[in-house]
Unconditional design. Sequence first.
Lengths: 605, 181
Amino acid sequence: MSVEFKQTIKEICEACGNDRSLMMDVVIATQKRFGCVSNEAMDLIAENMNAHRVEVEGVVSFYSFLSPDPKGQVVIRLCNDVVDQMQGVQAVAEAFKKELGIDFGQTTPDGKITLEWTPCIGMCDQAPAALINDMVFTYLSTDKVREITDELKKHGDPEQIPIRYGDGNNAHDLVKSMVNNGLRKKGAVIFGQHEAEKGVKNALSMSAVEVIREVKNARLRGRGGAGFPTGMKWEFTRAADGDKKYILCNADEGEPGTFKDRVILTERADLLFEGMTIGGYAVGSDEGILYLRAEYAYLRAFLENVLKERRDRGLLGKNACGKDGFDFDIRIQMGAGAYICGEETALISSCEGLRGDPKNRPPFPAQKGYKECPTSVNNVETFCAVARILDKGAAWFSEVGSQGSPSTKLLSVSGDCTNPGVYEFPFGMRVDDLLKKVGAQDVQAVLIGGPSGQLIGSADFERTICYDDLATGGSVIVFNSKRNILEIVGQYMDFFVEESCGYCTPCRVGNVLLRNGIEKIIHGQGEKADLDYLQELGETVKLASRCGLGQTSPNPVLTSLKNFRAVYEAVLIEPTDGQQPSFDIKAALSVSEDLTGRKSEIYKD
Amino acid sequence: MEKPKIATASLAGCFGCHMSLLDIDDRILKLFELVQFDKSPIDDIKKFTGQCAIGLIEGGCCNEENVHNLQNFRKHCGILISVGDCAINGGIPAMRNNIPLKECFDEAYRDGPSVYNPEGIIPNDKEIPLLLDKVYPCHHVVKVDYYLPGCPPPADTLWEALVALLSNKPLDLPYELIKYD
């Protein structure tokens, strides 16, 4: 181990004040610097941070963007989400394999380029897409793959690959990304014209209790999908015992098909931070954290700059916005590739520098959250809505929308439609109306709320998008009549199998069994009894899982069983005589026959 | 009336579940009043004499003989019950499932620290059943009607289950008998 290596690790740890709660930052920085967090690095980090080695390794092994084994200086992560599959990612994948001469999960022999799959990176409306280091490459084709790999072979620097910048702030000096906002419909609330900082100014002229009352009067519900009343959450957090309180923003939008927060972060960052400041004031917090998913690292420098400008303008920091005694600042916590961290208690674990394991509830975060202090975790869109409520008032906010779900909602629409992108519509919109607006024809199924939501068929297209009917955190994915429902369900179950944190058995094992059950049916080996088994198993996983992941992961299976039963029944076989059609004795014996050099005496051809 | 027949087998198991069956103590006399044992290690009958009402299977399938035996049980038994964790989940033998078969052979016969085998021979008589690529729980090979979990299931669980089945009554096990931690 070189002296220089030791010194660099020491410096990385010192830059984070050797603070164990900043372990994420330390391992991410190490990964970035050395292409891996090696065994030696983990030992050194543990030593410097006064942590146990297993704490460091636990974190490194948890997140998919961290690795104990060396990766190339360039890591290409191709998105294998269902929508990308629909838009032809397989051909793109083959092109990458051919051009680089390696398979997925491998690194080129010169150690320069690593090729990997990754789940939804929030670019479904411009799929197929990939991350190359922190940079996003959209609308990939086999030709583009050739251009990219030619460039990388020449200079090995993704930032030198010529790209055309996207619209709006995507072309900003600190972003310089080819991502497009794809903002198709601006509503009055999030993307409407507004006077900057008016919401926070109004809020700070009121008492914190009045601010919470205004949010409650607006009947604002959490925009992440679960729809918990924001005002109530803040009230609980404010009322909880503790001198130190935190306000956390969940920008880990990992639900496949959700990409609306990306557009807010790009175009409405100030509004978001304004909302967070109001939240901090309301709950009595002096520190906010924006938890940003690793896939959106390309926005980090830009967001840091927005925060810096806000500090320079006195909107953050001591006596924030000129309010005496209100000290409030915001830091950004980077994630490292883990869907589960969108679950609020897992997000808190991750912010604490731990594995992204969910925590037991109760106590709820409002009682004991980040660092055991009362904490409110809210969605990006929720904070923006708060800023507008305090700007224009509760009555204005709830002018549109439905009875139980006032105001507007951002929907990120992708899949089989001519106009994928982000739409801000009032709650209560009918699914068939939405399908018309996005140019979807010949629709077989719509997935509302991502795979953890509901897969519905035409019988349900008259239903409405709102918390009381079809709830969604924003994800709407359209499938036309040519798509294979069972394969889509299988692919989403693959996703959940991969993303389950493994803490509780119903989720860790149950999702594997659900996926295997679907595969059995796809392979034409399923009987009616298998459908009953899947139903029962799915309900058990929902009931017995510890956090929201397992409580919703059976939904692709359960909602398709309910709404697309005929699709399943069409491929079922007549019950067999007691033997399992999926068991293949020849295949099970082939390894043994090869190793021993003799054929089975019992199972002859 | 002729007594219903019952058959039992231990596949890739440790006979612990059969030991647990013997743990019903003097109730075994009662059991013999209720049923007639057919193919089973308990009476050492090697071949089925006819159709049986109930088959109890201990252990999963690790080799071709297990599969053959299990398929035979399925054909001869009206009701087939997976007894114990190995039959239901593969159990301890399934710990090899994440290790390629060749590595298992090498460790057992060639490279293990206590192995003396200068010629590196792996036993390969045709009398030795071929191993499967991995250990399968019983219900992955044949359809199974009931499951009695436990390692082993307590004697009382086995007794209550058999009595309920034979008297055609619903099985209502107290919490203590189905709690495993």
